[in-house]
Design a binder for this molecule. Structure first.
Ligand SMILES: N[C@@H](CCC(=O)N[C@@H](CS)C(=O)NCC(=O)O)C(=O)O
Length: 219
């Protein structure tokens, strides 16, 4: 399976992370996204007229949406990650997959604005990102009340992988995660999964293992 990939792209990282968690080896084809804009050149535009990465090729199959790639990888190799064990859970996974694109459009665009000076109204993008984070926080609090650590289950599903990267990188776009304790707890849970891999800006949990203990009189 070949992944057209850019190391700093959270959307590409979703696919790399999913593959690593389920033990699939990808053939990585690096794309010169910046400064070369290779994703807008003739070779990649022929594969994906939308002009975005990631692109995943498996034989004749070409996928150009990261959510579809997560579904494909899980369905092929580790169906438990689809969260298909109940109809309600399967629907909740779909709900979060759709939601994840709002994170890309808000937090992702704010990050591109800050990192690559992309045009855009940064105040609006941040406001949309904060609104999306509030929804995510509320969803995770509900899950916590149900006794479940992840978005659709007590086990991770593709919904968590779809939402995690843009959330973890929100501070790159100037959006803080400080007001979102449930999100920070969930981020820890994702980062401590067996097989977790890093990308620049998203690290493992090593520095927090064992979990920090608040000493009496310290606060
Ligand atoms: N719907 C796509 C969006 C992916 C996306 O936004 N990719 C960014 C890189 S992180 C991109 O290629 N943007 C094109 C550009 O900014 O020129 C997916 O989730 O796969």
């Amino acid at each position: 399976m070949k992944l057209y990939d850019y190391v700093l792209s959270p959307s590409c990282y979703k696919v790399r992370l999913m593959a690593a968690l389920i033990g699939v080896t990808l053939d990585i084809r690096p794309v010169d996204f910046h400064p070369g804009r290779e994703h807008r050149g003739p070779e990649l535009m022929a594969l994906n007229p939308a002009g975005s990465i990631p692109i995943l090729e498996d034989g004749d199959l070409v996928l150009t949406e990261s959510s579809a790639m997560l579904v494909y990888l899980a369905a092929k190799t580790a169906p438990q990650w689809l969260g298909n064990d109940t109809v309600g859970r399967a629907a909740r996974v779909q709900q979060w997959l759709s939601f994840s694109h709002r994170l890309t459009a808000s937090l992702g665009a704010a990050r591109l604005h800050e990192m690559l000076l992309r045009p855009g109204n940064i105040a609006d993008l941040r406001e949309q990102g904060i609104a999306a984070l509030r929804e995510l926080e509320a969803g995770l609090v509900e899950q916590h009340i149900r006794g479940q650590r992840f978005l659709a289950s007590d086990r991770p599903t593709i919904a968590d992988i779809a939402c995690f990267p843009y959330v973890a990188l929100a501070p790159d776009g100037g959006v803080s995660l400080d007001p979102s304790p449930a999100i920070r707890l969930w981020s820890r849970a994702v980062r401590s999964l067996e097989g977790f891999i890093e990308m620049p800006g998203i690290h493992r949990l090593h520095e927090l293992t064992p979990a920090p203990v608040l000493e009496v009189g310290e606060a």
